[in-house]
Design a protein around this ligand. Sequence first.
Ligand code: ATP
Length: 372
Amino acid sequence: MTQQQTTGGDVRLTGISKTYGSFTAVHPLDLTVPQGSFFALLGASGCGKTTTLRMIAGLEEATTGTVSLGGRDITALPPHRRPVNTVFQSYALFPHLDVTENVAFGLRRRGVTPVKKRVAEMLDLVQLGDFARRRPHQLSGGQQQRVAVARALINHPQVLLLDEPLGALDLSLRRRMQLELKRIQTEVGITFVHVTHDQEEAMTMADTVAVMNGGRVEQLGAPAELYENPRTTFVANFLGTSNLIEAEIVSAGTDVVVSVGGGTLRLPAGRCPAPAPPGGRLLVGVRPEKISLDPAADADPGDGRNRVTGRITEAGFLGVSTQYLVESPAGKALQVYEQNTGHRRSLAPGSEVVLHWDPAHTFALDAAQDME
Ligand code: ATP
């Protein structure tokens, strides 16, 4: 199984929902997971991501809607008849069996042969060939996790579901395993649906991320697209840090011009919620690392960049970068992350500064929007 799989098809959820009594854990949801993609369901605890995953697995019965795989409706199939497999955070390895037998378990149960060759291939895939005879308690957390992945993949599922599989690992191992899982997914080409509350994890691994909040998908897209162009305040704040500035629309054309405390800003019309009538209110956003800081100067260099003035209130040296908090007529505590290059400079608290950034790095949200 070290070559790409081509079986399966898209996973399609149509109007799928889950209620427990009067509580709706997942509101009717339409979602397509393209075949062969690494798809992440991302959100805070309780947002409904595990319930959604369990409905794909068949471990939870959907209240409404259907689940299909490659055009085939699998809603009524019990979990073991679905061509999917799940890896849980707890690994659920058999403690009395060694690595080989843990991985071989699914094959033996179904009477599939040859066992030895397939297990060896799987152990190669997860780079555990040297650990074949160890029991789970003789392995590190990351190694146990890889055994669980090998065991779940050996039956060639069309879809692998991963429920916070790295949750029990410490940060550095977690980072390594993120890259490792991504490598395995690319190698086998199977669709992975990965549940996590960790935005960095979702962004590192997934081709597509669905950001969930309160039982709904708020936004779905490629990681960079979600980061660069969030459509809701929840997404803007959940994926990294955002400066959100209250603004009023002055004019709208190819660029939209807005007024903020202390001046005007410009942004591409495509990054504004439509419609954008003059007088309308927006929240204008810019990521802290997109902003440059300069000591205050009188002249506007006319370079077309967005500019606001401010005064540094806090400066924190973080090694690779320096983090500033800036008080400005545009916003109380604007955050700026400046990369530390060879020439360290000190912009001390109290310094008057100009904040400037490329209008293309500006996004806007409907000030009135708020998901239920
Ligand atoms: P976490 O990251 O904490 O696992 P999650 O986003 O995966 O959270 P779910 O496990 O899908 O969230 O749960 C969604 C909501 O449904 C939660 O509010 C949870 O309390 C509720 N819920 C889940 N299972 C049940 C159940 N069997 N009965 C009642 N409510 C439930």
